[in-house]
Write a protein that binds this ligand. Structure first.
Ligand code: C5P
Length: 216
């Protein structure tokens, strides 16, 4: 059994020293990778720029690909998906990237600075269109409002088999925390769990993945 996992943020370069990023720590994705390895699975981990170290990064059953931008994450993920039984898309991928990266550091001049952005490619939607009947595809939704409705929309739009919802409105859930409060939503049902460590959340998520892999 081979599982592809994306984790961490992406950085979109503005100039040689600056980027647009987000607060994703990569902790949830690394917890998922560790749980897959614990169950004897092989993991292809495509990891954005995070500074934390974790023993799973050094595990011989983990093939690690380090990337920086959404475009690099797209290329690495799309190249590996066909060889995997499942993909868990845990990365907080930038939705927009600068149209151009300045070749020199941008100087402090004028009253305002306008940076033009263009949309990045949606890795999840692309894998959703590539997915075969034997593969399971799952994503995450971190929402601030209309959580359930937005998660259901993403499940359909990206052709996920299940989606893990976490809300920024729940205390102790989301970016940087060691805990998370998740709801697993698939096409038939949804289950809400209490606030748990990211490790315990990973056990519940991989349980669900294994259940779906058996039925496909
Ligand atoms: O950003 P959004 O809330 O739409 O992310 C939902 C899911 O889609 C997450 O699983 C995320 O990893 C994935 N995603 C992606 N490529 C993008 C944007 C989001 O794979 N460009």
């Amino acid at each position: 059994m081979k599982v592809l996992i994306t984790a961490g943020p992406t950085y979109e370069r503005i100039d040689p020293v600056r980027f647009i990023g987000n607060y994703s720590s990569g902790k949830m994705g690394l917890a998922l990778a560790a749980e897959c390895v614990r169950r004897g699975m092989e993991v292809s981990l495509v990891l954005g720029p995070v500074s934390i170290d974790h023993e799973v990064l050094h595990n011989p059953n983990v093939k690690l690909t380090r990337v920086e931008s959404a475009a690099e994450m797209f290329d690495a993920t799309v190249a590996q998906f066909a060889g995997c039984n499942a993909a868990l898309l845990c990365a907080a991928v930038a939705d927009f990237t600068p149209v151009a990266c300045a070749d020199k550091k941008i100087k402090r001049e004028g009253d305002e600075l306008v940076i033009r952005l263009k949309p990045t490619q949606d890795i999840a939607a692309h894998l959703g269109s590539m997915k075969t009947e034997r593969q399971v595809l799952a994503g995450f939704a971190l929402e601030t409002n209309d959580e359930n409705l937005n998660a259901h929309k993403k499940l359909e739009k990206k052709n996920f088999d299940f989606i893990v919802l976490n809300s920024l409105n729940d205390e102790g859930a989301g970016f940087r925390y060691d805990t998370n409060k998740i709801t697993i939503i698939d096409r038939k049902e949804q289950t809400t769990f209490p606030l748990l460590s990211k490790q315990e959340c990973a056990v519940n998520i991989i349980d669900h993945l294994c259940h779906l892999l058996k039925t496909c």
